[in-house]
Design a protein. Structure first.
Ligand code: GAL
Length: 361
């Protein structure tokens, strides 16, 4: 079934064909080879970001392609709502939970219930903390995401050739998301030496994760913080030369703030997720780069893990050291993120079928 599943996720196959393949799988698996009749509950964080909609759709199609019955829920970035959605899935006796947590520390109680019922729990993209009851983690190399963002700034400003000084401002994601520190630390390891050496100057002085975090990864929150930075620290005619932004929605909030502040040419601005809107921004010179993470591949990796676990086999993991959730090191399968800018977006996100060229027109 792996071949069919990967084919399903090209995004070009029609709904009717999906249904046909899914029902073929269901009848093949009905004999009881392990996946027939199994139920999976998928808990995604929010529909406000395009990527989670793609993740949810890809997972649903892939699991259905394997003959699973799927419940897919979004919780609008409200952690308590996500907990109740998962409680309901546990009550429905799902065999597997796939969770992209809103608040990585809010799930211990409900996951203890899940384990009591022998439900397999996969942390999807975001690690779930402080619980023994998470079995596997499927994600990307989150430190590398930050490294790619930091390196982009270093190269765009030609810092290795002693250029500068330049003004840099820093943004990070939600403190409730375990990925936030990995992204920031990855970038900061690259940038900090230039701050220490004086080639980069953070005029706001805001460099700790607590100071630069963005609640709910919300672009409007980032926009407001950038507004404050501009009016408090750049009211002397000086300009921002680069902004470390961890995610496309935040990058676009920062662009809006800078436009409001009168910027006609944008500083170097990073991002993540290759959202259509941000790839358009890259083409239009409003955002410099994004980090592409193929959500089709992440869904496929997750389904492979689940199929293996439920068949009593060991899933394919490639990291058993990095992701300590406070109780245990969670075995992980990490995929490679890719840096995307105006020079390679066509090849990386369009030619691969991730984004339809007509959506960028
Ligand atoms: C992170 C994820 C990023 C981005 C962000 C905001 O957990 O790894 O790719 O999507 O959430 O949604």
């Amino acid at each position: 079934m792996n071949v069919n599943r990967r084919h399903l996720m090209t995004g070009t196959i029609g709904a009717a064909a999906v249904a046909m393949v899914a029902s073929a799988c269901a009848s093949e698996d009905g004999g009881g080879d392990g996946s027939g009749g199994k139920k999976v509950g998928i808990a995604m964080p929010t529909k406000t970001s395009e990527r989670w909609i793609l993740d949810g759709n890809n997972l649903k199609e892939s699991f259905e392609g394997e003959g699973y019955e799927v419940t897919l829920q979004y919780a609008n970035d409200v952690a308590a709502d996500q907990v109740s959605q998962i409680e309901t899935m546990v009550g429905q006796n799902v065999d597997v939970l796939v969770i992209a947590a809103i608040d990585n520390k809010s799930l211990s109680g409900v996951l203890a219930q899940a384990k009591g019922q022998d439900i397999t729990v996969i942390a999807y993209d975001r690690l779930i903390l402080d619980t023994p009851d998470v079995d596997y983690y499927a994600s990307f190399d989150n430190t590398k995401v930050g490294t790619l963002q930091g390196t982009y700034i270093v190269e765009a400003l030609d810092l290795a050739n002693q250029a500068g000084p330049f003004n840099l401002e820093l943004f990070a994601g939600a403190l409730t998301d375990n990925n936030t520190q990995y992204f920031f630390n990855g970038a900061w390891d690259v940038l900090e030496p230039y701050v220490t050496g004086g080639q980069l100057v953070v005029k706001s002085g805001q460099t700790t994760l607590e100071q630069i975090a963005t609640e709910n990864w919300d672009g409007a929150v980032a926009q407001e913080r950038m507004d404050n930075i501009l009016s408090n620290f750049y009211n002397d005619g000086s300009k921002v030369d680069a902004v470390l932004a961890p995610y496309d929605g935040i990058s676009r909030g920062i662009v809006a703030s800078l436009q409001g502040g009168g910027y006609t040419a944008m500083p170097v601005i990073t991002g993540q997720d290759a959202e259509v809107e941000s790839v358009k921004y890259i083409i239009d010179g409003l955002q410099s780069m994004t980090v592409y993470k193929d959500t089709r591949e992440l869904a496929s990796t997750t389904v492979d893990m689940v199929v293996a676990v439920l068949a009593g086999e060991k899933p394919d993991v490639n990291d058993t050291e990095t992701y300590d959730n406070g109780v245990k090191v969670v075995p992980a399968h990490l995929l490679e993120p890719v840096s995307v800018d105006v020079n390679n977006y066509q090849e990386v996100v369009v030619d691969s079928g991730y984004i339809d060229a007509k959506d960028l027109a």
